[in-house]
Design a binder for this molecule. Sequence first.
Ligand SMILES: Cc1cc2nc3c(=O)[nH]c(=O)nc-3n(C[C@H](O)[C@H](O)[C@H](O)COP(=O)(O)OP(=O)(O)OC[C@H]3O[C@@H](n4cnc5c(N)ncnc54)[C@H](O)[C@@H]3O)c2cc1C
Length: 282
Amino acid sequence: MSVIGRRTREILIVASKSSTSGMGKKHRAPRLIVVKQAEHLTKNMIRVTFAGDALKEFPVGREGGNCKIMLPADGQSLDEFSVQLERGPKPVTRTYTVRAFRQDSLELDIDFVAHGDNGPAARWAMSAAPGSFCGFAGPSMPKLSTFHADTYLLAADMSALPVASVTLETMPRDAKGVAVFEILSEEDRQEINAPPGIDIHWIVSPDPHRPSRLQEEFIRNMTWPAGSLQTCIAGESGVIRSLRGFLHNEKAVPRENTYISGYWKIGLVEDEHQAEKRAESQ
Ligand SMILES: Cc1cc2nc3c(=O)[nH]c(=O)nc-3n(C[C@H](O)[C@H](O)[C@H](O)COP(=O)(O)OP(=O)(O)OC[C@H]3O[C@@H](n4cnc5c(N)ncnc54)[C@H](O)[C@@H]3O)c2cc1C
């Protein structure tokens, strides 16, 4: 093993230890994960593949669950960052989705929207290369794991394409329904292994910072399905707020059948957006 490899392994062991909170609940310390490959999946989506021993014991079946990505400061070394992960202060942290985990090769895929260099996570992904590193906490359980509806409705912008894609890949092959995906350009269409009964519509909307009503218009105008409905809907918070009102108030879709979540908000960095969501839920 090279010196760097050995050093990395030592750091990973330190960074993977569990800690116990004051409440007696065990938290896994963040993993320090290293990039194997980063490539454009589509024009504005970067797939970052992490690999290595830090992914040993990574739970299987968590595709579609969310995770926290902790970002090193510009120019920070792996050694410095591993110490920071262990001792603080907490690095800049953003929320992402587990797109795929391959246990046999210990590889983890996360898809990052390359929305510009004003976001630390997008900027990190845009310059990620083999050997780049970040912290990882989680993952949570998948957002949708039981499928029991007559019809499925999926709607996503590019930030939520990972959770929507996992949901489409996981649902029964005879599932029926509609998916409406808003992407930044024609070149952001992705191949998704969806059940043949799911009708996928792609809408191009090049400016994510202008509030868009295209998905809602599409959903309002479609023939409303009879029977029970389950949803997987996520994206920009303003779009989601309006869609949530439509589904619950106008269509009376039971809340337990709707996964619907604001993933980011125009004009707010993630911490501000999360704080706003917490305040609203209280
Ligand atoms: C449960 C969950 C799962 C998520 N999964 C994913 C995922 O798998 N892939 C993914 O790419 N994103 C995902 N997101 C969204 C991601 O957390 C946010 O986009 C986050 O703000 C990105 O951080 P940043 O550092 O790039 O930008 P920030 O520093 O948070 O924001 C900087 C600026 O960029 C704007 N901005 C943020 N996100 C976008 C965007 N998508 N498009 C255009 N402008 C934006 C903000 O409004 C702000 O003005 C998820 C969010 C949640 C809550």
